[in-house]
Design a protein around this ligand. Sequence first.
Ligand SMILES: [Zn+2]
Length: 250
Amino acid sequence: MEIIWTIYFFIIGIVFGSFFNVVGLRTKKEKLFEQQRSFCPHCRHTLSARELVPIFSYLFQKGKCRHCKKRISPLYPTMEFVTGCLFAYSYTHLGFRMELLTALLMVSMFMILMVTDLKYMLIPNRVLLFFLPLFVVLRIIEPLDSWWSPWVGGFVGFSIIALIILLSRGGMGAGDMKLFGVIGIILGFPNVLLAFFFANLVGLLYSMPLIIGSKKGWKKAVPFGPAIIIGSLITYFFGEGLLAWYFELF
Ligand SMILES: [Zn+2]
C-alpha cells in the first residue's frame, strides 16, 4: 500500500508542479491565480489538453512547441519532475501526519519561488504572504521540539540576512531576507542556522563556475534563492541525521 501512496504523491506532485510553473511565470501579472489557458510564449498558440500533460508532453514533443517548433525551456518539465519527487519523498519520510501538510506546502512555495527567482530574479511578496499565515497556523498546531523554536527561528533567519545586506550592500536582496524569515518558522531554531550554512555551501558551488567564467567576477548577480531553497530542503529532510553524524565524528 505504501508504494501506491508514494506513486500517488508523485503524480499529484507533477500535476501541481506544472501549476506552480504557471503561477511562477505569471508572477508579474495582476492576478496570481487568474483563470487563463496556458499558451506558447513564442507563438501565443493556446495549448490543447494533450500539450498540457506534465513531463510527457515535453518528452513527446521533444522539447519543442508543436506549432512554431521553437524550443521550450527544460526548466518546466524539470520543475514538474522535481516537485513529483519531493511530494513522494515527503510522504515516505513523514507518513500521514499533520507535518506532511507543512512539508507539501513548503515544497510548493519553494517550487514557485524557484521559477520566479530563476526567471525574473524575484522573490515576490505575494507568494510569501500567501504561504506565511499557513505556516504560522501549522506551527501553532504542530510545534517543533519547543514552542518558541519556530518564532526564534523566524527572527534569526530574517536577522542574519538583514545583517548581510547591511554589511555587504548587495549580494542578497530583501526577498531573500523575508524568505529566510518564513523558512526559520518552518525549520525552527537552531536548524535555521544549518539551512543558512547549506545555502551558502550550495550558493558557492553553483556560483563558482559562473564567477570564474565571467569577466565581471563577483559583480555578476547570481540568484541566491535556489541556494536557499536547496539548503533548506537538505536541512528539513536530513538535518537531524547530518548533525548526529557530524557530532559522532568527534
Ligand atoms: Zn509556439
